[in-house]
Design a protein around this ligand. Structure first.
Ligand code: S3P
Length: 168
């Protein structure tokens, strides 16, 4: 394996960042961190929805930036970022500085299917707006990534296996 200390997963909501980060951390014996989890813990709110509703997206993004600043550079760690983390250039610069960035690609239709029964996605409630976000962000994820992995039609095992092959 390349001399990788930190692996960062980026991609749109529903691309599987959290599940893949967890599976990958078990295979590589790395720690696993999810930025949304740390933000939620810090916020003392009950859900990401509640942060967006009561504090607003700006506060969420400020917390996201602080969390990323803190964890960027941690050794032997897989980081699952939130789908919007990369819209702030400071975040991606910090992460790219010390980490290897993997983009998990998902089609909008597949993301919709995967998120159909999940309610804690404030920016996926309005499908039209979510589609616009998708179109805006998709080129950014790919541009920032060291490698891009397509996830449509693949299970967690397939995706994890492909990542390990590509980073070897
Ligand atoms: C967001 C994605 C979410 C979460 C928040 C905002 C976004 O994370 O950070 O709801 O802007 O795309 P996931 O990508 O894990 O769903």
């Amino acid at each position: 394996m390349k001399n990788l200390n930190q692996i960062i997963l980026i991609g749109f909501m529903g691309s599987g960042k959290t599940t893949v980060a967890h599976a990958l951390s078990q295979k590589l014996l790395f720690k696993y961190i999810e930025t949304d989890f740390l933000i939620l813990k810090k916020s003392k709110r009950k859900s990401i929805n509640e942060i967006f509703e009561k504090d607003g997206e700006t506060v969420f993004r400020e917390m996201e930036m602080k969390v990323i600043k803190k964890i960027a550079g941690l050794k032997k760690t897989i980081i699952a970022t939130g789908g919007g983390a990369i819209i702030n250039k400071i975040n991606i610069d910090r992460l790219k500085n010390t980490g290897y960035v993997i983009c998990l690609k998902v089609s909008f239709v597949e993301a919709q299917k995967r998120l159909a029964k999940i309610n804690d996605r404030p920016l996926f409630k309005n499908i039209k707006k979510a589609k616009k976000l998708y179109e805006l962000r998709e080129p950014l994820y790919e541009a920032y990534a060291n490698i891009v992995i397509q996830t449509d039609g693949k299970n967690i095992e397939d995706v994890t296996h492909e990542i390990i092959e590509r980073i070897n």
